[in-house]
Design a protein. Structure first.
Length: 175
């Protein structure tokens, strides 16, 4: 049970830190992401920044750095710190979101797009959460694919939005 969400920090197309949060969805991922980026910009190590920004989360071991197959029902957050002067981010649906709108899977979402999955009509609180990330650009799909071969196989497969077809063509991802 819970609103499970994972956070991944990448650098130069490699995942370097990750965290699982048992109860994070809606506005929460946006406000926590703004805090995480602030910690990283202040010089915290990726793991320390995750611990400081997501108090109730659990830092993951390196073998859990692949989002495909993660215990998830409210998407993921990805931060790209390859260029310290141009941090990028995205939110992504990797299985399903327990919101009002179901976005495509494995497609980078902006803060606004992610929030509208939960709150189709954005109110003042949602707009403030989006404002906190306005200075950061969206991670490109190519960066996501270069970081995780598992996602590249899904997106380059015959029908990237069909979960059953993913299992049929890439059974090694679901062991």
């Amino acid at each position: 049970m819970g609103q499970r969400h994972q956070v991944y920090i990448i650098k130069n197309n490699k995942c370097i830190a990750a965290l699982h949060h048992q109860w994070l969805y809606g506005r929460g991922p946006l406000t926590n992401l703004a805090s995480l980026i602030d910690c990283l910009l202040d010089g915290d190590s990726p793991n320390r920044a995750l611990k400081n920004s997501y108090k109730d989360g659990e830092v993951l071991d390196s073998e859990e750095f692949d989002p495909v197959g993660a215990d998830n029902n409210d998407g993921i957050t990805v931060v790209d710190m390859s260029n310290p002067e141009d941090f990028k981010y995205c939110f992504m649906n990797i299985d399903h979101l327990e919101g009002e709108i179901e976005p495509l899977k494995f497609v980078p979402l902006s803060a606004k797009d992610y929030l509208q999955c939960y709150y189709p009509e954005l109110g003042p609180e949602e707009l403030r959460a989006i404002e906190g990330l306005k200075d950061y650009n969206l991670i490109a799909t190519d960066t996501i694919k270069a970081t995780w071969v598992s996602i590249q196989k899904i997106l380059d497969g015959p029908d990237p939005q069909s979960w059953s077809r993913r299992k049929l063509f890439y059974p090694e991802l679901f062991v």
